[in-house]
Write a protein that binds this ligand. Sequence first.
Ligand code: SF4
Length: 328
Amino acid sequence: MIIYIETQAKSYPLAQKILSKFADAYIIEIDHYKNIFDKTIWVKSLANAIILAKQQNIPIFSTPANYGYQWKSFFFKSILNCIFDCKYCYLKWAFKTTFPTIFVNYEDIQNAIAEKINSLRKSGYNDTIYFYASNYSDIQWLDDMINFNQSFIPFFEKFPNVLMESRTKSANIKSLLQCNTETSKHFQNTEISFSLNPQLIIDSFEHKTSSLEQRIDAINTLISNWWKVWIRFLPLLPVENHLQIYSDFISYIRKKIDFDKINSIFIWSIIYTKSDYNNLVKRWNFIFESKFHEHSDWFMRIEGSITNDFKLLFTSAFPNKQILFDII
Ligand code: SF4
């Protein structure tokens, strides 16, 4: 195991904690994480190296139009890269290396988030503000190491009418349960959202992620420990026989999960920018090519008849739930 560490990141408590966990690691001090991160380095195992860095000029990006809830919503990043290997994931070609890169200056990231909230409130915006934490990695799979939950979940509790989502395909909920134990609190401002797909799709396209069964167990444990849980049916894939496969899947999970206790449901297809799509087709024998087309908003989306199938299927399966769509 190699740990690349920026000189300026060394003194942060999180960096020290991670270094102490890997006492046998080979440590290489670097000036800037991009000197490694932006180089094409291929390793067999993603666990072979990690990068510890300090995030500077911290960006809090607005989400694109029609992304999730229609409140003011933002992405922030605390880690880049993901150990899972979903075939359809744009991260696999967005970055040159696959090394997980952990930004250890959590307090600075939180200050940037607080500034964003305060400036919106000062401008007179009183509605909900939403933050997405997991668009650059699946945080939960390694939270035992990075302590994101322990730091960010209590942080978001300080702000009325603000929510943070951590999305995952991991059944590793140890550190979430630990948050309950350490603080004896039920957190109101964090939603843990699980992406679910039929096991057949997990096997074919979501390598190294937790199985459907494990994710269901994790959902049920969190619900019984008072966590707010979302379910995201994401991404819905235009596989052969999609209607049958997804309707069997819905019947199955309705027996396993009490949907009255699920905070909200999203259904999302899969969309790419033209350039991400071209990269995907180049790198992967993309079996859905005939099902995608360029939409009037210039995104590549699956064809309308299939998205309509999905909409109908999910709205009739969950008639009493508000279902948010990204599919058009
Ligand atoms: S879990 Fe999410 S971030 Fe990780 S590879 Fe899969 S789609 Fe990408």
